[in-house]
Design a protein around this ligand. Structure first.
Ligand code: DAH
Length: 340
């Protein structure tokens, strides 16, 4: 019997070399450790061994069994590791591969133009100030030299909110807020949303303006013309001319309407300029002495210029947009055209 065990052990060691899959490992287990395996059979055979030899033989069989179990365990572990390594190789992610491109949005045309406008003025040393959209009567009208019951209030269809509050109809109130905070020299831009009860192809109840204010010693209308001339040349990217026409705003004296020579036809006359050769782009003027006084600035010592530009108007002119509604409908077919 001892010889048979030795032979079986040797045979097992040889068999080990051939086990290279889970299936073969299971067969190996059946062959030696299974219910009908060699070791179980040896155990059964112990009954036929003499009483004296039985303990020694039992020990040898048990050693064989321990050996078989150890071999099985080691092989099983090895196989699991190999399997894991193979799976890792299969599922490996190559982090150096280029990522899938995700579609990116673009800037809204109004944002593009607003940023361009800010850039032009920032180049001239203007700072940015933002006032509140819910404004009081005082800042939106009264201190801008528009007293209560003054007919010029009817120039703008105001949304009143009750009490003294309203949705600002213009960014001009920002002038008052800036002069309350700072003393001259002042050079600011006030961009923002404004609101008026008005709606047609060129008017929207909500639109955007950019206010400009310069207050210092010896500021004149010439400074306004020079500054705006530079602005329109840059914003329309053309060698356009500016023209000032007399106008009326309560907070400026004199007040002007600023026209640019038509950048489409060069001044000859076309549909864009309605065959006049000129396009109206903004309003402005010399700050009324009352407005400076209302902010505690001595008009004998200081003077100022101010202007208000409609951002929608500049955007529509620049891109040939004929209906203001397009700027607020958010139709992707329209917006995609502005993607850089
Ligand atoms: N606030 C005026 C408007 O909404 C535009 C304007 C005109 C602003 C003259 C100014 C200015 O600062 O000086 O129609």
């Amino acid at each position: 019997m001892e010889q048979r065990i030795r032979a079986l052990r040797e045979q097992m060691e040889q068999r080990l070399g051939q086990v290279d899959s889970k299936e073969k490992l299971a067969a190996f287990w059946q062959e030696y450790l299974g219910k009908k395996g060699s070791i179980a059979e040896l155990m059964k055979g112990l009954g036929a061994v003499s009483k004296e030899d039985r303990p020694a033989m039992g020990k040898v069989i048990n050693e064989f069994k321990a050996q078989a179990e150890a071999r099985y365990k080691a092989l099983n572990e090895k196989m699991e590791q190999l399997e894991l390594a193979a799976r890792n190789r299969l599922e490996a992610v190559d982090i150096t591969l280029p990522a899938q491109k995700r579609p990116l949005g673009g800037l809204h045309p109004l944002t593009i133009v607003k940023d361009e406008m800010i850039n032009v003025f920032a180049g001239m040393g203007f700072e940015i100030f933002e006032g509140p959209e819910v404004e009081d009567d005082d800042h939106n009208f009264t201190r801008l030299n528009v007293p209560k019951d003054h007919p010029s209030r009817d120039m703008q269809d105001t949304f009143y909110l009750g009490g003294d509050l309203l949705l600002r109809t213009q960014t001009s109130g920002g002038q008052i807020r800036v002069m309350d905070l700072e003393k001259p020299p002042i050079k600011v831009l006030v961009p923002g949303r404004v609101f008026r009860s008005d709606s047609d192809a060129t008017h929207s109840p909500m639109f955007h303006q950019m206010e400009g204010l310069v207050v210092d010693k010896h500021i004149t209308l010439c400074d306004l013309q020079g500054l705006l001339d530079k602005f329109v040349k840059q914003i329309f990217d053309a060698d356009v001319k500016t023209r000032l026409r007399p106008s009326y705003f309560p907070f400026t004296e004199p007040s002007v309407e600023v026209d640019v020579s038509c950048f489409e036809c060069g001044g000859k006359g076309c549909s864009l300029c309605k065959h006049t050769g000129w396009i109206e782009v903004l309003g402005g003027g010399v700050v009324h002495p009352h407005v400076l006084e209302n902010c505690g600035i001595d008009p004998k010592e200081y003077s100022g210029i101010a202007f208000g530009i409609g951002i929608e108007r500049i955007t529509m002119l620049k891109y040939g947009i004929n209906n203001i509604g397009l700027l607020f409908e958010n139709d992707l077919r329209f917006l995609k055209q502005f993607k850089e």
